[in-house]
Every structure is written in structure tokens, then in C-alpha cells.
Design a protein around this ligand. Structure first.
Ligand code: NAD
Length: 497
């Protein structure tokens, strides 16, 4: 039996017992057993955390870039040393396999690597002699206290997308992790402390909607980064900007994978199965619709089915498991109801993973494939966020493109082909923020930025990378003249050259 502790918030560099009287159990989705109990922060606790963060932010913004880079280096090292431990915590609360959790930590750590370059990233510009004896330079300064609200599906990576850049830029960062997977955030807090980050620069407040509303209402929080579902992203964007804050809000997805007739069938099938069923389909960059163009549909579907038959559903404690449980019983039931709706609307269930011999009381379900899915079906329009792959057959590239472009979401889109010209045309035509060419999950590396189009992103700032640096800083332009006595004169005209 795992040790059972009630979780605490992390305020001013140390654990802080919740005092709101509200809490939620955190369940292990592989067994349904209670892992811990998470406190839910009240507006008063938000206020306490913000006060500590605001005070810390004043000192941290004055800390040299060299020192900030040193802390980031130390943090990336601790993160890698404790990667295995962090991955185990991720798996226990989220259910994903150990290898998948290690992958998440590795991709998150890339953002810490990127942020070690902060002295270079914050370099301003300088123009000498814009007028006689006058120079202009620009600087980027931190915003103060910023908050991040994160989803259940990447308990460490999404917080790392945000906090590494926000902190390197000189802000204090308050994380409100998903209440379903809260413990990773506390490990990250310990790592920041061990890396030498001053108290109050990184805080964790567990909570739910009430906590989020208090963060949005707080006048001392300058910016909110949000990653989660589209309805909540829209709400956070609208209410956050109405409260005068900067907001970046990343939402849901329905990522298509177009497979042209000339594609390598084995490579496309490997990619489709990995991207549809990895993390049990609970990835915002999962492939949820395969769009075979023309005659490739039959052999591609056969190759996909063949690969699925080798997949094993099981808990993260089983080293041979490929697909873990879904996050909750309610979510699994919702996913199952989509499969039923797809069949009722006329799709063919060609792989049926709805039942299976799964261990214990976990929230497992196996992979499902629905063929002949059409654009009006709910399995096509909605983000299902589970191990369900839709196949929508088309006859031409133009039909495939129209499907992708007419969808509400525009997070990622992939094309599989041997034709460079077709691939180039697709990246020119497609309305999605991230495009994969023979790459099914095109999550940009840390020195680019991540973000979708359409209902997958609210606001104009994508997350991490160069956009992250811009989002977490504001620019100041300084015009200076160091005149000698003989060049000084009074003029009431508007200044010109
Ligand atoms: P969610 O929207 O339910 O929750 C996200 C966060 O918002 C959590 O911290 C939660 O506590 C909080 N929250 C929930 N309801 C709220 C409300 N009404 N008001 C204020 N705060 C609220 O999302 P989830 O189920 O945790 O995560 C899955 C979703 O996240 C999927 O839609 C997925 O596509 C999306 N996602 C998107 C990206 C991306 O980069 N675009 C990345 C990961 C996940």
C-alpha cells in the first residue's frame, strides 16, 4: 500500500496546509484507490499566496540574469535526476504508462533547457543617434505575479511549459494544477527550492473552479496561462481579459491525419496507432481522425487493425502495458457513450475495445476504431479524449483538406505522403497551428512555440519558446540624450529629427 498523506499547498517556499475546509480525494485511475486528498484553495488562500509571490517578485526581478540562468541550470539538473520519481507520481495519478510519463518529463525538461538561455532571450535592441545626440534602446521587463492553470493529461509537462519561462523572465509564478493530478506540482516546487529559487517565486495552490475564479479576480495577478478544454479556455480568456489581464488560453483539439495514396502504409499505420492510442488518447495532440485518400483506405485500415491487436491494456505497474486507464470512471463512461453514439449514427465499429479482461477496478477501456465516420456525427465534431480513432474516407486531397479546414478545432494536422510537393501544399493550405509531415504528433521543440488555431487557442500568444518570453514580459523603450550645455535648447515643437 502506498503511504497516504493529505496534500498541501506550497506558499512562500514551503508546504502550507489548506484552511478552506474544502478538499477532494485524488484517485489512482488504475485501481480506483484513493492516493491522497487535495485541499481546494479559497479566495483568502489565493490572497496569501499572491502577497508572498508579489513580495518575492520584487526581489527576483532585480536578480541578475546570470544568477537566474544558474537557478534554471540547477533546476533542469534536479528535474533530470528526479525524472523517474516524477514519472511514477504522474503515472499513479494520471494512469499513463511509465515510459510515456518519462517522455512527458523529458519534453517538459526541454523548456527548462530553453530558459537557461534567458540572458540571450531578454536581449533588447539599441539604435544609436536616432537624432543628434539621441539614442533609443528597448528592454523587456517581467510582469510581476503570473498564474498558470493546467489540465490533467500532462501533470508535469504543461506546468513546465509555463513556469520555466515565466520564472526565467523574472516573474513569480503561481501554479493551479489539475485537482485530478496535483502531486507532481509539489515535486516541481521541491525541485525549484532545491535548485536555489528564492521562496515565493514558485507557488502551488490546489483547487477547482472557485480557486480559478479567485485567481482571475485578483488585481495583483498580471497574466494567466491556461491549458485545458475549450469551454473553460473560452471562459478564462473572456473573464481574464475583462479583468484587464494578459491571457493565453489553449483549448481542445481534433487532430486529423491525412494519408495520401502514395504514403508508406506501414509508417502511416505505426504513426496512426501510436498517436491515437498513446496516453489512452488523452493528448491534445492525439490523432483522432485518420483521413485516407482513395484506395489506400483498405490496406491502411488492415495495417492499423493488425497493430492494435498487439496492444496491451494495463496499469503503469505492468511494464508491458501500452495503454493505461482513463482519468476517471465518468470520463470512461463518456468515451464509451461516444462509441455508442457513433454506431447509432451509422459508423462501423471495426475494432471494439469497449470490454476486456482488465485488472481491478480501474477505468480501463481498449482501443476502438470507427470507420466511415462522417462530419455530422458527434464522434467527428467533438473532442472525445479517449482511445477512439475515427476513419473518414475521402476520394481526393481537396476533400481531405476541406474536412480539416472546416473543423472547429485547429490544433495539429498531419499528412503522410512520399510527395514533397503535396506535403508542401498541405502545410501552405491547412488551417492548423502545428503541422506534421510524416510526423503524427508535431509538438514543436522548446525553441519554437506551441499553439493551435481556431477554437484550440484563445488570445494571440502561443505558449513557451519565443512567444512565451514575449507573453511573460512587457517591452519598455527608452529614449535618451546626454547633452552638453551647448546642445541644450528649449523647443515646444513636437520632437522630430
Ligand atoms: P479542463 O478544462 O476540465 O480543466 C483544466 C483546468 O481548468 C484544471 O486545472 C481545472 O481545475 C480547471 N477548471 C475546470 N473547469 C473549470 C471552470 N469551469 N472554471 C475554471 N477553471 C476550471 O481540462 P482537463 O479535462 O483537465 O484536460 C483535458 C483538456 O485539455 C482537453 O480538452 C485537451 O485537449 C486539453 N488540452 C489542451 C492542450 C493544448 O495545448 N491545447 C494541452 C493539454 C490538454
Amino acid at each position: 500500500m502506498p503511504e497516504h498523506h493529505d496534500l498541501q499547498h506550497w506558499i512562500n517556499g514551503r508546504p502550507h496546509a489548506g484552511s478552506s475546509g474544502r478538499s477532494l480525494p485524488v484517485l489512482d485511475p488504475a485501481s480506483g484507490a484513493e492516493v491522497t486528498i487535495a485541499p481546494l484553495a479559497s479566495a483568502q488562500e489565493v490572497d496569501e499566496a499572491v502577497a508572498a509571490a508579489a513580495s518575492a517578485a520584487r526581489t527576483w526581478r532585480a536578480t541578475s540574469l546570470a544568477r537566474r540562468a544558474e537557478v534554471l541550470y540547477a533546476f533542469r539538473n534536479v528535474l533530470r535526476e528526479r525524472a523517474d520519481e516524477l514519472a511514477r507520481v504522474i503515472s499513479r495519478e494520471n494512469g499513463k504508462t511509465h515510459g510515456d510519463a518519462l517522455g512527458e518529463v523529458a519534453r517538459g525538461a526541454e523548456n527548462a533547457d530553453f530558459a537557461t538561455g534567458i540572458p540571450e532571450l531578454l536581449k533588447g535592441s539599441f539604435s544609436e543617434q536616432v537624432s543628434t545626440g539621441v539614442d533609443v534602446h528597448s528592454i523587456r521587463q517581467p510582469l510581476g505575479v503570473v498564474a498558470g492553470i493546467t489540465p490533467f493529461n500532462f501533470p508535469a509537462m504543461v506546468p513546465l511549459w509555463m513556469c520555466t519561462t515565466a520564472i526565467a523572465c523574472g516573474n513569480a509564478f503561481i501554479l493551479k494544477p489539475s485537482e485530478k493530478v496535483p502531486t507532481s506540482a509539489i515535486l516541481l516546487a521541491q525541485m525549484w527550492r532545491d535548485a536555489g529559487l528564492p521562496n515565493g517565486v514558485f507557488s502551488v495552490l490546489h483547487g477547482d473552479r472557485e480557486t480559478v475564479d479567485a485567481l482571475i479576480a485578483h488585481p495583483k495577478i498580471a497574466a494567466i496561462s491556461f491549458v485545458g478544454s475549450t469551454p473553460v479556455a473560452r471562459h478564462i480568456y473572456t473573464s481574464g481579459t475583462a479583468a484587464g489581464k494578459r491571457v493565453q488560453a489553449l483549448g481542445g483539439a481534433k487532430n486529423h491525419m491525412v494519408v495520401l495514396p502514395d504514403a508508406d502504409i506501414d509508417a502511416a499505420a505505426d504513426a496512426a496507432v501510436s498517436a491515437a492510442f498513446g496516453s489512452a488518447g488523452e493528448r491534445c495532440m492525439a490523432i483522432s481522425v485518420v483521413v485516407p485518400v482513395g484506395d489506400i483506405a483498405e490496406p491502411l485500415l488492415a495495417a492499423i487493425k493488425d497493430r492494435i491487436s498487439a496492444l496491451r491494456v494495463g496499469p503503469a505497474s505492468d511494464p508491458d502495458a501500452d495503454i493505461g486507464p482513463l482519468i476517471s470512471a465518468e470520463h470512461r463512461d463518456r468515451v464509451l457513450s461516444y462509441v455508442a453514439a457513433g454506431m447509432a449514427e451509422g459508423a462501423d465499429l471495426v475494432v471494439d475495445g469497449r470490454t476486456g479482461d482488465h485488472p481491478g477496478d480501474g477505468y480501463f477501456m481498449g482501443p476502438c476504431v470507427l470507420d466511415r465516420v462522417t462530419p455530422t456525427m458527434s464522434v467527428y465534431t467533438d473532442e472525445i479524449f479517449g482511445p477512439v480513432l475515427a476513419v473518414s474516407r475521402v476520394n481526393t486531397y481537396d476533400e481531405a483538406l476541406a474536412l480539416v479546414n472546416e473543423h472547429e478545432f485547429g490544433n495539429g494536422a498531419a499528412i503522410f505522403t512520399r510527395s514533397g510537393g503535396a506535403a508542401r501544399q498541405f502545410s501552405f493550405d491547412v488551417e492548423a497551428g502545428m503541422v506534421g509531415i510524416n510526423v503524427p504528433v508535431p509538438v514543436p521543440v522548446a525553441h519554437f512555440s506551441f499553439g493551435g488555431w481556431k477554437a484550440s487557442l484563445f488570445g494571440d500568444a502561443r505558449i513557451y519558446g519565443p512567444d512565451g518570453v514575449r507573453f511573460y514580459t512587457r517591452e519598455k523603450v527608452v529614449t535618451s540624450r546626454w547633452q552638453t550645455e551647448d546642445t541644450s535648447r528649449m523647443s515646444l515643437h513636437f520632437p522630430s529629427t
